[in-house]
Design a protein around this ligand. Sequence first.
Ligand code: BJW
Length: 258
Amino acid sequence: MSDGSETSTAQPLDEKIIELLRKAKRVSVLTGAGVSAESGIPTFRGAGGIWAKYDYRKLATPAGFAEDPELVWEWYQLRQREIMKARPNRAHEAISLMERYYPEFTVITQNIDGLHHRAGNSTVLELHGNIWRMRCDRDHALMDISEPLDHIPPICQCGSILRPDVVWFGESLPTDVLDAASRSASECEVMFVVGTSAIVYPAAALPVLTKNSGGCVIEVNLEPTDVTTYADVSLRGRASEVLPELWTAVVNPESFIK
Ligand code: BJW
């Protein structure tokens, strides 16, 4: 039985899919923590995931922040330090090459690490916010952060405690970002779903929009997820290996061997 860590094709790519990818004009990519895993940023679920080590109720809910903002900020500082050390990997790079090829290309990410921007993508919809911003829920001030803060928790000029500009459990996603992501998912001809367990909503519903609108869904993951049940193609393996290989087959027809 496979341990899911090797690169292999669960439902093989055929020439028809490669041809579709060559000719498509509107393509979207939904990414999750798995796309950044090989940059050294831990995923959330599974053995070794963030939630195996930390309690999400204390760290990723509004109630947890209200109870102990300093603890929550300490955790985000730890993650900021991890992210500062990280570099985009070959999966991010392949996604950045796709943006140059397709007339309409959107990255929809659940990640808050900013690695898609750092890899060169310009159209990136950040569903769950960005770790390099903080905001005030009282006067709606929004501020960029370039490195971990010296003093936590930070205080707004209005006197309130500032919070990371991310989306915690039970909170709504930014409406404009979610609307744009839903539009992109409904209108694209192909959606890649890369490195997400697809259990957190509403992000997990986006590929369903693509499927219901007649688009093709291509999943890239180490293991099966709910997306596998309806994806047109499921590619098993590391995103940093599968995506560059796939992209080579698209742009370099001679390299594609069935
Ligand atoms: C590789 C790989 C490699 C590894 N190559 N692949 C009951 C109570 C309250 C709420 C709910 C409820 N039931 C449902 C809800 C709604 C809730 C939800 O969906 N919960 C589910 C868990 C059940 N959603 C929400 O609360 C959202 N808001 C909302 O719905 O508002 C309306 C509402 C309000 C109240 C009640 C009901 C509705 C907000 C969700 C916010 C999620 N926030 C987090 C933290 C963000 C900030 C931060 O990072 O600090 O977002 S949680 C965490 O999960 C993070 C991620 O973006 C998100 C998704 O995780 P992701 O990216 O999929 O990572 P993993 O680890 O799960 O998976 C990694 C995958 O990669 C795996 O499949 C690996 O196999 C694979 N992989 N290495 C390829 N190299």
